[in-house]
Design a protein around this ligand. Structure first.
Ligand SMILES: Cc1cc2nc3c(=O)[nH]c(=O)nc-3n(C[C@H](O)[C@H](O)[C@H](O)COP(=O)(O)O)c2cc1C
Ligand SMILES: [Mn+2]
Length: 484
């Protein structure tokens, strides 16, 4: 079934038996710790109700995308779709992308409650303090931050974290290579404040489109429209003229002044990679002009949790673009691309390929590196008998086909971030954030490919024959199933 609001999505999660209601929890660490403990068990999404110190109805829904199944549900794909097939289907959607622009409506559920002027109070919502050393409460984790480019007039969406500073001021942290940051800096260069909106609790297609690394100039709204072949309904922001999702749970409108005029200490925050990336630092602030929210609003909580847990599925949002970029370069033989969620970002990207000529795997390794703009540390090239989404198989390929002295290239000087846990204190002090990459060719050497030892696995024919005979014991035969 197709979902159109965050609430529809929650109902769908409930329908598949994957939702748990919890009452009486504290926004201060209790919600955050339960969210972490449940994610580590690949457990249900958690709907926190009757939160301590808050009116009934002001809720938090944590971990909506923390299992592959729920992410698949958010993409409207059959629940049993295999991980690489999910990536493949999504990349085809991306490849055939025809923008479907949002349509303006005059009203929407998000306008049920409006705060302006002195009424504005970000503490209206039970924003959790997620981790013990977090510098404050974060309303924005599962959010879409909306900005418009000053020159080209296109709208960007991206989840960037939003901290509650006081009643009408929030902090925002955006890494410098992200579109939201590039857009804001254009306003600041002209001494202007950047209009901004933060939508919290949006339907899956808006959130997941926001999580994608779409090309500069491509509005994630247009892709969200394309994902369901229906335009996203938006209302025009009264203070920002930005496009705001009409069905969001909460929308904040405001502006970000140039940081040299105003900024505040933000963080620290338990990051996507499983560490605290640094101390609290001066970051831009949002001066809030209006808050809109639905009756009984639900904060969407997707806080970072030490990998491989947490949300949402980095493989789904990163692998499709990389796969398509390789294909558009005209490289043949690519069987699949999968970003393993080991570091919470694209630190380890695996490409499976059929080697067709000497040097082919080298071309694929270097092309993959070119396709990845930031935060990558390892690219692993594997043969086409390896499913790149199967970590056990990938490690087996590294263990048995990669000879370190011959099969690893080191490349230097790629974009990293101030949050990178492996940058030395000296590098961080310089404010110059780059890292190296290793390309690991975990493939059978092409020069003696046919002499590479045979894999000691039963043939497809024998597996099928024995499995069919023993189906009571083994269940229905699945030629793709791997049990490593
Ligand atoms: C749940 C979630 C939270 C995120 N939080 C941040 C953040 O606080 N700051 C940031 O710079 N990127 C954050 N990211 C990463 C970017 O939002 C993501 O890479 C996105 O594709 C960037 O979009 P853009 O290319 O339009 O800038 C987060 C991603 C997710 C999925
Ligand atoms: Mn973008």
């Amino acid at each position: 079934m197709s979902t159109t609001t965050f609430r529809d999505f929650i109902a769908e999660i409930d329908r598949i038996g994957d939702l748990k209601l919890l009452e009486g929890c504290d926004w201060d660490l209790e919600i955050g710790t339960l969210t972490e403990l449940m994610a580590e068990r690949w457990g249900p999404a958690l709907l926190f109700e009757k939160i301590k110190g808050y009116p009934d109805g002001f809720r938090v829904l944590a971990n909506p995308y923390s299992t592959p199944g729920r992410t698949t549900l958010g993409l409207d794909l059959p629940l049993d779709t295999k991980p690489l097939e999910v990536v493949n289907q999504f990349r085809m959607k991306l490849k055939n992308f025809k923008p479907i622009k949002p349509i303006e409506v005059n009203n929407g559920p998000v306008m049920e409650n409006i705060q302006e002027g002195d009424e504005i109070d970000l503490f209206t919502f039970p924003s959790p303090r997620w981790h013990e050393s977090d510098g404050g409460r974060y309303l924005g984790t599962g959010c879409a931050v909306i900005t418009k480019d000053l020159e080209d007039e296109w709208t960007n969406l991206g989840p960037y974290r939003v901290q509650v500073h006081n009643r009408d001021t929030a902090g925002i942290f955006i890494s410098h290579y992200h579109h939201g940051s590039i857009m804001m800096r254009k306003y600041w260069a002209k001494g202007k404040s950047c209009p901004i909106a933060v939508a919290i609790g949006v339907e899956p297609r808006i959130f997941l489109a926001g999580c994608m690394s779409m090309a500069w100039g491509t509005s994630e709204y247009d892709f969200a429209g394309w994902m369901k072949n229906t335009p996203v309904e938006i209302i025009k922001g009264k203070y920002t003229n930005l496009d705001l999702p009409a069905h969001a749970e909460i929308v904040i409108e405001g502006e970000v002044p140039p940081p040299e005029q105003d900024s505040q200490l933000e963080g620290p925050f338990g990051e996507f990679h499983g560490y605290y990336g640094g101390e609290a630092s001066l970051q831009p602030i949002i001066k809030v002009r209006r808050i809109m929210f639905r009756n009984d609003p639900i904060i969407e909580g997707t806080p970072p949790i030490k990998p491989p847990f947490g949300s949402p599925s980095i493989p789904i949002t990163n692998s499709p673009t990389t796969w398509n970029k390789l294909e558009s370069m005209g490289i043949t033989g690519i069987k699949g691309v999968y970003t393993i969620k080991a570091g919470g970002g694209p630190q380890i990207t695996v490409v499976s390929m059929k080697q067709l000529y000497a040097g082919h795997s080298k071309q694929v390794g270097l092309a993959t590196s070119s396709a990845l703009s930031h935060l990558c540390r390892f690219i692993v090239v594997v043969d086409d008998d390896i499913d790149p989404s199967n970590t056990g198989e990938v490690l087996w390929a590294i263990a048995t086909r990669c000879e370190p002295a011959e099969s690893i290239d080191l490349l230097r000087g790629f974009a990293s971030t101030s949050l990178d846990p492996r940058l030395s204190p000296e590098q961080k002090a310089k404010g110059f954030f780059t890292n190296t990459r290793a390309i690991m060719y975990a493939v059978k050497p092409y020069e003696w490919y046919s002499k590479f030892p045979q894999v000691n696995k039963a043939s497809e024919e024998l597996r099928r024959k024995i499995s069919t005979k023993w189906s009571d014991l083994l269940g229905q035969y699945d030629s793709d199933a791997t049990h490593s």
